[in-house]
Every structure is written in structure tokens, then in C-alpha cells.
Design a protein. Structure first.
Length: 380
């Protein structure tokens, strides 16, 4: 079967899933130093596109009706699908031309890699959007006051009767390199991790309170015995009445629910499983597996730290990639299955993190621009 390396490169930049053959083809292609430089150039182009779009959005933050859809800025797949069709082919030809002629040299200013920070985009029921990192929000929707002043945390408060109003929805989208906290109209507090999305009613009506989630969130649910709180994820629901729990729902990982206190029940295809504090439910294939876990480690991000205990390196690097907004490349595939224990603050610089991981003397980490290359040195 013929494999198109350009298509593979575009898929990797778009964070699409690669088959084993495609992954092998990319790894062989990337071994060439010329190709490594070329790929780093494409990463810089991608970073420049995102920075340009984000800057334009922030400049228009106060003019909500002029802001572009958030998913064109923060949802990487949509942005890069556009970039792949319009920008990348031009850039590919341009770089090939400059390499052949050797007459010109394109210089990019590397973006400084920083730890994540409070940033998100709020989409109101009208479709109006605003970047929450820098803009003060204070609006009313259907009898609910919505504000992020003074603590840059989004808060919904009922200021009028909402019983007779039509149910409308808001969404909050957190990009890679971000996190955000919001309090829903019923008093439930939600902490959103990087690369996450939540959809919820401005005011809860009926006999249930439900939200939809992609990514990771920690919930501290306001008690209401007569109104269950439900987190919906495709055909998988987490139902509670008042408790604290963490849900992790990233597309490339098994869906996991960790109970901190209280009680929750997992509902899927007619089956109900109940969790006790300290337990985690993981969806593995079509089965739900329940196990006892170290809760502090599972929800460490909520307390501003990373805590890994004998975790696969690939899982650790995925976590770091989301928080520091970098792309990880492995020079040796076997290194993904190495296990490490580590603890550090999320406010740590990426260089501090690299230093901690390299102390194992099993791997070396090389950061160039936003590409973090991992190499196995344990066999040297």
C-alpha cells in the first residue's frame, strides 16, 4: 500500500489518529535531520496561525458580535483542517523551494513555552462569544446574572424568576495551555482542565440538572436530593445528588470517573454501577471496570500539581503536552512504556520539568520551539 508522507504530516499536525503503518512511516521519515527541521518549521507556522487568530480574537473581545467561532481558534482540528487545505500546501512548496535554491533563509521567532493559565471562551445562548482571560463579563440571560468579576472565575447567579423561561444553554471551551473555574446557577462548582469543553443550561429546570462534557473536569455538586445532577458523555452518564468527583473524557484515553466523596452511579446502556469514595470507574472497550485508586494523585491537577506514580511515560507526556501546549515526538517507541514517578507544581517552567524527568537517566528531552523530542538513553 502506497503511503503519502505529506498526508501523514498534515494528519499529525492536526492531531488526527495515525495507523501503525503511518506512525512507522512518519518515524522513519523524521529520522532525517533535514525532515526534522522541516517539521519544526511547519509547527512554527501552525503556532503562528493560532497566535494570529487568538490575538485577533482578544482585540475584538469587547465587540462580542464580531468575534469568530471559538472552535476556529482553540479546537485544533478545525483550525488545522483549514490550514492543511489553504496554508500548508503553500508552505510545503515554499520550504522545498528555499531548500533547493539555498538562496533564502526563513527565520521564525520561537514562541516561549509557558505553563498553562486561566483562559477560556464563553459562548452565550445567542452565539456571542468572549475570551475570558482578559475580558470582564457581566450580562443577564433568562433571569441569571453571569459575571467573572472580580476573581476571573465565571459565576451564574439567579436574580429573577426562571420557572417560566425557556431553557437556554451556554458553553465554556478551555484550550490547551489553559484551565478555568465556573459556578453554575445551582451553586455547583466546576474546575475545567486543559483542552476541555462543557455545555450546560443557564438555569436548570425540570427534575434533573445535566451538563455535557469533553475533556476533564472536577465537580463539587451542590446538594439537592430532589434534583439529580448528571454529566453526559455520549451514552455514558454520571448521576449524583451532591458530591465531589472527577471525570476524564479525552478522545484518545479510556473514560474515567473518580469519586472523592459522597456517591455516584455510572449509567451505560441500561447498566448501573455505583462507586464508593476512593474508587474509579474506567470504560475499557465496552466494559466498565471499577478499581481502588490514589485519589490525591488522580485529582492532583485540581490542586495545582502533577503527581505521577509509576505511570507510563506516554501518559505523562500527553498530560504535559496539553498543559504546556507542546507536541511530543519519540525517537524510540519503546520509551513510551517506561514507567516513572514524579511530582511537581503546574506552575513549574517546562525546563524545570525536563530537568526532573532527565534525572532518571533513562531519557533525554530536547525542546525546540514547541516540539519536545524524547530519546531513550538507558541503553547507551
Amino acid at each position: 500500500m502506497e503511503i503519502d508522507i505529506e498526508e501523514i504530516v498534515i494528519k499529525r499536525l492536526s492531531e488526527e489518529h495515525l495507523s501503525k503503518d503511518e506512525e512507522k512511516c512518519f518515524e522513519e521519515w523524521y529520522q532525517n535531520p533535514v525532515n526534522q527541521e522541516y517539521y519544526r518549521d511547519l509547527i512554527k507556522i501552525r503556532s503562528g496561525l493560532i497566535a494570529s487568530q487568538a490575538g485577533e480574537k482578544i482585540n475584538k473581545g469587547l465587540a462580542w458580535n464580531k468575534v469568530r467561532p471559538v472552535r476556529k481558534i482553540f479546537r485544533m482540528r478545525v483550525l488545522l483542517k483549514y490550514a492543511a487545505l489553504v496554508v500548508l500546501p503553500l508552505c510545503v512548496g515554499f520550504f522545498l523551494l528555499t531548500r533547493e535554491s539555498k538562496r533564502e533563509k526563513v527565520i521564525f521567532a520561537d514562541v516561549m513555552v509557558q505553563p498553562g493559565k486561566k483562559q477560556a471562551v464563553l459562548t452565550l445562548s445567542t452565539g456571542q462569544q468572549v475570551v475570558l482571560a482578559d475580558t470582564i463579563v457581566h450580562v443577564n440571560e433568562k433571569g441569571i446574572s453571569i459575571s467573572n468579576f472580580p476573581d476571573k472565575e465565571l459565576v451564574y447567579k439567579q436574580v429573577a424568576d426562571t420557572l417560566k423561561t425557556k431553557e437556554v444553554y451556554n458553553t465554556v471551551t478551555v484550550p490547551r495551555g489553559g484551565e478555568y473555574k465556573l459556578t453554575l446557577s445551582d451553586g455547583t462548582t466546576v474546575w475545567l482542565n486543559s483542552d476541555s469543553y462543557i455545555r450546560y443550561p443557564v438555569a436548570f429546570s425540570g427534575d434533573t440538572r445535566w451538563v455535557e462534557l469533553e475533556g476533564e473536569a472536577y465537580f463539587e455538586v451542590a446538594k439537592n436530593a430532589g434534583k439529580s445532577f448528571i454529566v453526559k458523555m455520549n451514552d455514558y452518564n454520571v448521576r449524583v445528588t451532591g458530591t465531589q468527583f472527577n471525570v476524564r473524557n479525552y478522545s484518545n484515553e479510556n473514560l474515567a470517573t473518580t469519586l472523592v466523596e459522597g456517591g455516584v452511579q455510572i449509567e451505560r446502556k441500561g447498566r448501573v454501577d455505583k462507586l464508593k469514595p476512593g474508587q474509579q470507574a474506567v470504560l475499557e472497550g465496552s466494559e466498565i471496570c471499577i478499581r481502588t485508586v490514589n485519589v490525591e494523585e488522580q485529582v492532583a491537577w485540581r490542586n495545582g500539581v502533577f503527581s505521577f506514580s509509576q505511570c507510563r511515560l506516554e501518559n505523562i507526556m500527553e498530560e504535559l503536552a496539553r498543559w504546556y501546549d507542546v507536541d511530543v515526538f519519540y525517537m524510540n517507541q519503546q520509551v513510551k512504556n517506561y514507567h516513572f514517578s514524579a511530582w511537581f507544581k503546574r506552575s513549574s517552567s517546562i525546563n524545570e520539568v525536563i530537568s526532573i524527568l532527565e534525572k532518571t537517566q533513562k531519557i533525554s528531552l530536547d525542546l525546540k520551539g514547541r516540539i519536545l523530542t524524547v530519546k531513550d538513553i538507558s541503553r547507551n
